[in-house]
Design a protein. Structure first.
Length: 340
């Protein structure tokens, strides 16, 4: 007795990873539906060693389905997630639409698994932003030991965080740089992304920050602790997959860099790779396809009383989206639904 699971947005970057991860982790799936727009009707998607044909989300009936993993962007989610929830199917959503609704839990299973229990009010559980997910996995065990006062984070985010079109833009623009007459003008991004970095992700807010930066602040507060102050600068870099973050943490009490290393080594979801030599740290290309959030470059910040600096890298399509969503489904199954 397993679950009837729908993957919504199965032809997208995140949806494809959801299918891979459900199969890899042997999630107890009795029946699987791969859903996307009518454009993709009949497209074959891999699910372990099987293939499934994509169905049209618009005409799909969620009645009798247990869990729907959504990865289709906020506009379409607004139309279809309430339909699924109304039909009694628990929605685990990757868009930002429901993250800040106080009646909807925002969950990173290593950090606040108990929040899943509040799913029933709206039958929806939200998945955080990719850059927040990997950061809070690292912050939580340290916060439990020495209470974090303030976090200063700069991100280096890959183009797969934007979607399929952005991956194509980086690829084609990079090739176009070498072939006269085949230059590719920016269209997904406001400036050239090949061989460049862009300090702008999502829309600008009134105070000059961007929505991506605001999300990291609001989501860290909702998932870990509202008292933590966060300031973020989010930057898009010409990397296909894998987000990196330089994180400066100020604690209420002193914590030694060796103790930070020991705590993170024991923490769920984290792999510490921290040798003070060339190559003794993780870069985005090494994290692709992995489940872990990698931590490197752990060191004391001597410019403040209780400060630590570290480098944090993770596969944004996995921990930042698909893996976290499947882990939420596993947590929901274990704590509440109890099938499988
Ligand atoms: N990429 C990341 O790192 C990341 C991290 C966290 C959260 N997210 C969120 O996850 C969602 C998907 O991101 P992605 O990177 O996978 O995007 P993507 O590669 O562009 O894929 C989008 C998917 O949504 C489907 N879709 C779009 N509009 C639809 C509609 N009206 N009806 C049915 N299906 C529709 C597409 O189907 P067709 O192929 O048929 O068009 C496709 O399967 C977004 O909300 C994004 O913000 C992404």
């Amino acid at each position: 007795m397993g679950y009837k699971v729908a993957v919504v947005g199965a032809t997208g970057n995140v949806g494809r990873e959801m299918l891979n991860i459900l199969a890899e982790r042997q999630f107890p799936v009795d029946e699987l539906a791969a859903l996307a727009s009518r454009r993709s009707l009949g497209t074959e998607c891999s699910f372990g060693d099987k293939t499934v044909k994509t169905q049209d989300l618009d005409t799909f009936d969620f009645t009798g389905w247990d869990i729907a993993l959504f990865a289709i962007g906020s506009d379409a989610t607004k139309i279809y997630a309430p339909k699924a929830a109304k039909a009694g199917c628990v929605v685990i959503d990757n868009s930002s639409l429901y993250r800040y609704d106080p009646d909807i839990p925002l969950v990173v299973p290593e950090v606040n698994p108990e929040a899943v229990d509040r799913y029933a009010k709206k039958m929806i559980i939200a998945n955080p932003n990719c850059s927040t997910a990997q950061m809070v996995v690292a912050l939580k065990p340290l916060h439990d030991r020495a209470k974090i006062k303030r976090v200063v984070v700069s991100t280096y985010q890959s183009v797969s965080g934007t979607g399929k079109d952005a991956i194509d833009e980086l690829w084609n623009q990079t090739k176009g740089m070498y072939v006269p007459g085949q230059e590719v003008a920016p269209s997904v991004y406001p400036k050239q992304i090949a061989f460049n970095v862009i300090p702008h992700i999502d829309v600008f807010m009134e105070d000059g920050s961007t929505k991506e930066e605001w999300k990291m602040v609001a989501e860290t507060k909702k998932i870990v602790d509202p008292s933590i102050k966060v300031t973020a600068t989010c930057v898009r870099v010409p990397v296909f997959v894998g987000h990196s973050e330089a994180i400066n943490i100020e604690f209420e009490e002193f914590i030694d860099e060796d103790e930070v290393r020991d705590i993170l080594r024991e923490a769920p979801g984290i792999l510490v790779v921290d040798k003070r030599e060339a190559g003794g740290y993780v870069t985005p290309v090494e994290c692709v396809g992995d489940y872990a959030t990698f931590i490197s470059r752990i060191r004391q910040d001597s410019t403040i009383e209780n400060g630590i600096n570290l480098w944090c890298v993770s596969d944004n399509l996995r921990k930042g989206a698909a893996l976290n969503a499947v882990q939420i489904a596993e947590t929901l199954g274990r704590r509440v639904l109890k099938k499988g």
